[in-house]
Design a protein around this ligand. Structure first.
Ligand SMILES: [Fe+2]
Ligand SMILES: [Fe+2]
Length: 326
């Protein structure tokens, strides 16, 4: 991956100042933000055992696929150390602790950290999960890292995070509505608040990327094209269970998500379309020749992918995850 680091540095300097300005718009004050304990039985309360019983009764109604997807989502959230270390390695930013980007990364991580925390505690209390197997998968996923094709390029990085925050918003939102349908309203609330965090984060990354398009349109367009050509891979694409090779569990997790309609090939295309609109790709001014070609490639891609998605069959293979007690 080749690009002009000097130019990236100039652009990032400009974006970092902007980040400091808008940080409070996109991240919530800690003291009044929701915390996992707001949604979980209080173990110091006299009604704790009743509350726990109620939580477990509700969790009994969740379908096998839904529990599998929830575990996969939780492990994805729990691999936050991978994302934080990757984000802090991005090129062209001020390494100073008070620099806009490093400050953003710390505050974003702090908000994100509540997601895995809440879901993990819920799953532990639910009685549906072999926690040891889930924890082994989590440790593997963090140890295995990921390979998402952004390198340390800040432009590719913002495109990836914009995409991913939108994808996680969709999947948590859908799990929330399925949980409700399965009779678990408290799980539904948990996934709902997580989904709204993801939506807010997506707005931030899309905004940062818009700023990049405004000052460096051709290079930004080339980065977007490159990410789309290689396809956006999910952060948990190395997911595995004990005894399996890197990535061997991931396909079963995404099959379950596709079957439930929690995250599908059509969602992938719709996210792409949303980004194309958000960044006004079609009417982007001041592109050089390479930038124009990249734009044309991007504009033609959603329809091509929709045709492929239309032909895809829903995966039917049953798979027994070691995470779930039969
Ligand atoms: Fe998250
Ligand atoms: Fe997120």
């Amino acid at each position: 991956m080749r690009y002009f680091v000097e130019r990236r540095r100039e652009v990032m300097l400009h974006i970092e100042n902007y980040m400091l300005e808008v940080m409070d718009t996109y991240l919530k004050p800690i003291d009044t933000n929701w915390q996992p304990s707001d949604f979980l039985p209080d173990s110091t309360s006299e009604t704790f055992f009743q509350d726990l019983k109620y939580l477990r009764e509700n969790a009994e109604g969740l379908s096998y696929d839904l529990v599998a997807v929830l575990i996969g989502d939780t492990i994805t959230e729990e691999a936050l150390p991978t994302y934080e270390s990757w984000l802090s390695m991005v090129d062209g930013v001020n390494r100073d602790e008070q620099g806009g980007w490093m400050k953003w990364v710390r505050h974003w991580t702090a908000e994100e950290n509540r997601h895995g925390d809440l879901l993990n505690k819920y799953l532990y209390l639910s009685g549906r999960v072999d926690m040891r197997q889930m924890e082994i998968s989590t440790q593997y996923l963090i140890a295995d890292g990921f390979d998402i094709g952004t390198g340390n390029d800040p432009y590719r990085n913002f495109i990836y995070t914009s995409f991913q925050e939108l994808a996680t918003n969709i999947s948590h939102r859908r799990v929330a509505s399925l949980a409700k349908q399965n009779g678990d309203t408290s799980l539904s609330k948990m996934c709902g608040v997580i989904a709204s965090d993801e939506a807010r984060h997506a707005k931030a990354y899309k905004d940062f990327m818009s700023k990049i398009f405004a000052v460096d349109p051709s290079e930004a367009m080339l980065a977007f094209e490159d990410m789309m050509r290689h396809k956006i891979v999910m952060p948990a694409h190395f997911l595995r269970e004990m005894g399996l090779k890197i990535g061997q569990t991931f396909g079963h997790f995404t099959d379950a998500a596709q079957r439930l309609g929690v995250y599908t090939a059509v969602d992938y295309v719709e996210i792409m379309q949303q980004l194309i609109e958000e960044w006004k790709v079609e009417t982007m001014p001041d592109l050089n020749e390479a930038g124009e070609k990249a734009r044309d490639y991007i504009m033609a891609l959603p329809n091509r992918l929709l045709r492929v998605a239309d032909r895809m069959k829903n995966p039917t293979m049953e798979y027994k995850f070691s995470w779930i007690h039969s």
